[in-house]
Design a protein around this ligand. Structure first.
Ligand code: NAD
Ligand code: UGA
Length: 475
């Protein structure tokens, strides 16, 4: 006997909750999915008629929303009834790094997870399978269980038909590729002890995923595997970024080195792209969380090891800012610099921890004004991210320090340099001769993502720096 899952609720309509439930709804037409959030504006955006207004940009998402929304996929702020009718509830709420109190700067802030568990305890009406989708510190399932169980103890006898199973089912999707990752994941991980609940969750995935890809572990291994996977991925980026700096000093080329190294099947060729550092909401947060765990268990050498991955990431961003300033004669004050790309990677509108923020802040601090273009990030997002620096460094002559453009053609006018910070595909088709005509000389192109056409840049007469490669000085 397994549980029959007819109604699913997902708490949290963010980058994980929205796309994940859209794919689930598309693959399981016999199940109703309700995605709930306390953020009414976000829910309204998910329900907008104009699909270009969805709160998240993900290739392939609009098509799924168009197909499933209001059929078996619903976005609502009605948390109470969505929980009450659900057989299974996914927790997809945010788990950012704590900013104050015990563990500040390292531990994950679990207040949203706890609030969700309390909502479930209050509104659920029968047996409910609670699935951790959020990335959580090891043993969080224990906390969730305690909150749920304590609510059972508080019930009057007539309401004691409530009961719970808690599973861990971490999400491995990468933004920008979320739909493909959800439709065809490398693996699905389910951690738990209750076999009936595990089978019920497995039953959902079996609608489109082959059984060999579904791995089952205990709860704690599942929670720790998620942190470990992100730590390993981030470690590869810090490794290749550290080597990019050596390449620039020695005349070696990072792409040649990366290719030679990645062809070793034990190493593999993925996640070896040098960059201005990893961004996004998770790598740094999850490593910090791992470090906190190590320190808690007095594994200081292990904590120090993982701290190195974060330190290199920070160093790479500072290194690039300093290098740009040095190449511009050690002075960017009064100069205008074009920033191409603000998202933390291409194919997403997410700017959380984007390296663009740090690099732009460094340039503003040195007195530069910025002309920013990103095809998917809104003006409001960029303004919010840089607001503090802009206020601090407001120029006395009231010149606009921050200029945000909706067309790439308008960005280059009067700029001394162009910095490519996100690898949007359109940046490989830029007409550099046209750009050169409207820029100040000597002009520079700094490509931190290896995505512009080097030959065209050089032909147009630019000085050119590409991460991990030889610099070309024209003037
Ligand atoms: P997000 O901030 O985009 O979305 C979380 C949503 O939860 C927000 O809209 C928030 O309003 C809502 N929320 C918080 N508390 C709530 C409550 N009590 N009731 C209802 N709604 C509530 O976050 P995200 O990027 O989707 O990440 C969610 C989790 O998934 C995190 O733990 C993250 O580490 C993990 N994760 C993220 C990714 C990713 O690519 N973003 C990938 C894998 C795992
Ligand atoms: C990452 C993981 O890839 C997902 O498996 C995981 O589910 C997710 O974190 C999470 O837990 O949130 P994401 O951050 O969305 O996904 O995107 P990635 O493709 O991993 O890129 C992260 C950052 O690393 C980006 O800034 C990207 O530009 C950078 N990166 C990536 C590199 O600098 N070099 C590479 O070779 C790859």
């Amino acid at each position: 006997m397994t549980f029959e899952i007819r109604k699913v609720c997902c708490i949290g309509a963010g980058y994980v909750g929205g796309p994940t439930m859209a794919v689930f709804a598309n693959k399981c037409s016999n199940i109703q999915f309700k995605v709930v959030d306390i953020n009414r504006a976000r829910i309204n955006a998910w329900n907008s008629k104009d699909l270009s207004q969805l709160p998240i940009f993900e290739p392939g998402l609009e098509k799924l929303i168009f197909k499933c929304r209001e059929k078996n996929l619903f976005f609502t702020t009605d948390i109470e009834s969505s929980i009450s009718e659900a057989d299974m509830i996914f927790l997809s709420v945010n788990t950012p790094t704590k900013t104050k109190g015990i563990g500040a700067g390292k531990a994950s802030d679990l207040k949203w997870v706890e609030a969700s568990a309390r909502q479930i305890a209050e509104f659920s009406s029968s047996h409910t399978i609670v699935v951790e989708k959020s990335t959580l510190p090891v043993r969080t399932a224990e906390t969730i269980k305690k909150i749920l169980e304590s609510s059972q103890n508080n019930q009057t006898k007539s309401l004691t038909n409530k009961s719970y199973s808690v599973l861990s089912n971490p999400e491995f999707l990468a933004e920008g590729n979320a739909i493909k990752d959800l439709e065809n994941p490398d693996r699905v991980l389910i951690g738990g002890e209750d076999n009936k609940a595990i089978s019920a969750l497995e039953g959902i995935y079996l609608n489109w995923i082959s059984p060999e890809k579904i791995i089952k572990t205990n709860l704690w291994s599942s929670e720790l595997s998620k942190l470990t996977a992100n730590a390993f991925l981030a470690q590869r980026i810090s490794s290749i970024n550290s080597i990019s700096a050596i390449c620039e000093e020695t005349g070696a080329d990072i792409y040649q080195v990366g290719k030679a190294v990645g062809l070793d099947s034990r190493i593999g060729n993925k996640f070896l792209m040098p960059s201005p550092g990893f961004g996004g909401s998770c790598f740094q947060k999850d490593i910090l969380n791992l470090i906190y765990l190590c320190e808690f268990y007095k594994l200081d050498a292990v904590a120090k090891y993982w701290q190195g991955v974060i330190d290199i990431n920070k160093w790479q961003k500072t290194r690039i800012s300093q290098l740009i300033i040095n190449k511009l004669f050690g002075n960017v004050s009064g100069k205008k610099i074009a920033i191409l790309g603000f998202a933390f990677k291409s194919n997403t509108n997410d700017i959380r921890n984007s390296p663009a923020i740090d690099i732009c802040e460094d340039l503003l601090e040195e007195g530069s004004s910025l002309a920013i273009y990103d095809p998917k990030v809104t003006d409001a997002q960029i303004n919010n991210a840089l607001e503090n620096k802009i206020q601090r460094f407001k120029s006395s002559d009231e010149k606009n320090l921050l200029n945000i453009y909706s067309s790439i053609d308008d960005v280059f006018k009067d700029c001394d340099a162009v910095i490519v910070l996100t690898e949007w595909q359109e940046f490989s088709f830029i007409d550099w001769v046209k750009c050169a005509k409207v820029m100040r000389k000597p002009s520079w192109v700094f490509d931190t993502r290896s995505c512009v056409n080097k030959q065209e840049v050089l032909k147009a007469g630019f000085n050119f720096w590409r991460i991990g490669s030889e610099t070309h000085h024209i003037l």
